[in-house]
Design a protein around this ligand. Sequence first.
Ligand SMILES: [Zn+2]
Length: 531
Amino acid sequence: MQKLSTAVAAGVAALSLLASPVQAASAAADRRLPALKQEAMTNVRGRAKLAQEITDQLFSFGELGYQEVETSKYLTDLLEKNGFTVERGVAGLPTGWTARWGSGGPVIAFGSDIDGIPKASQTPGVAYRKPMIEGAPGHGEGHNSGQAVNVVAALALKDIMTREKLPGTLVLWPGVAEELLAGKAYMVRDGVFKGVDAVLFTHVGDNLQTAWGRPNGTGLVSVEYTFAGESAHAGNAPWRGRSALDAVELMDIGWNMRREHLRPEQRSHYVITDGGDQPNVVPSTATVWYYYREIDFDHIRENFEIGNRIAEAAAMMTDTKLTRRVLGSAAPRHFSRPIAEAMQANIDRVGLPQWTADEQTFAKAVQKLVGAREEGLATKLRGLRPPADPPVSGGSDDIGDVSWTVPTVVLNYPSNIPGLPGHNWSNAIAMATPVAHKGVVAGAQVMAATTLDLLLNPALLASAKTYFDTVQTKDEKYVPVLTAADRPKLEQNADVMEKYRPEMRKLYYDPSRYPTYLDQLGIKFPTLTPP
Ligand SMILES: [Zn+2]
């Protein structure tokens, strides 16, 4: 606690010392800045229709991690048509890409995740459970909206940068397979962010907000353990078999015993993805998939190593062979103070959307449905979030790896309803409705304005660099989990998408025929009760 604030204070002192010559040399912010920000916000508002179309289109694709094929094709085509230079398949990710526009520095990169959640298919705009397709994936996290924020902001900026001849490059990129924590660390490892000066990342939320320093939450390692035994007739000759499933069960028992003796900050969970075929065949293979989460790099590594030892012990107990594969990882996050402060000033200027009575009624009905407090949509800004002191445990996001590579901030924009459980069908309900659309426009306004700060105020980028070098990385350094040999497991989710895509395709949004996706689905917004 003490350590963090001392470090911050020291860093701020260093920052003001170092930043002043830069400011003196380059003068303060460009005089055009306030007027251009105003223009960018108006320009974004003028693209509200595009914001709605992108949001609805990606919602209808509802693709899982690594299978974001339609999503990436749609976005890269759209960006190419608008003059961006697209590179596809970056970092060995078939659905990964970068789209660049502009020339020279600074280079500002806009990212947002694009993958969905298993079994989260849900009809939008209705305040009850109604899958569009039973069992199919869907946007139960709201990752259909962030690229809409980024694209609209980038196009608004492009107009202004062209006319004002502003030097600078915009790079748009997707968070591939974020729900598997298995995209961004590969992009970092493979140098996608080389030469980038700042990353502005957008993620759906229920308010318009940003943060600096260490937020609550964890980093993690995602690792798959596969045991190989020997099959045998489980009735006639079980002594001839060696059960791989026994090894999985023993590993899980071992880990669950060890849990008591780990720090309370840890979070860990597993699923058995292969538990054998049928009871009368001794399982010759079995696979268990673990996430080990902890607050800092050292403890993540420590728990990963404990898990590995328990897996080896389980293999010894069962005379089976163990193989291990790291599938993904996420570093604990740390965000740039100077950029977050600049962003917050723009958040204060943009403010929250004006919600209609219908939108509030809808939000309260959904909150009632999931047993949350019936508070409706956010009407008050939360303000700039300082570092969590000390951070407490929780979820992870592989933007962490990016945040230790380039000065980074995350903007949450109010496209969803407060109080929902997350990773759940109910989180999809609002994501193709006016609530999501308005939230996207507000987010894009903040993105455009903050990018103008970075383009026209060299002192801001200089401070961000100073903060990164002298505060963020002073006592803690990025420890990547991935080695040069690790490969993304690209076949993940392929079977699920193969099963559901033919039915989902019939429901893809067609903006040439319908103003909105709700229109296409024949839903009157809001629909509060089942017919
Ligand atoms: Zn997310």
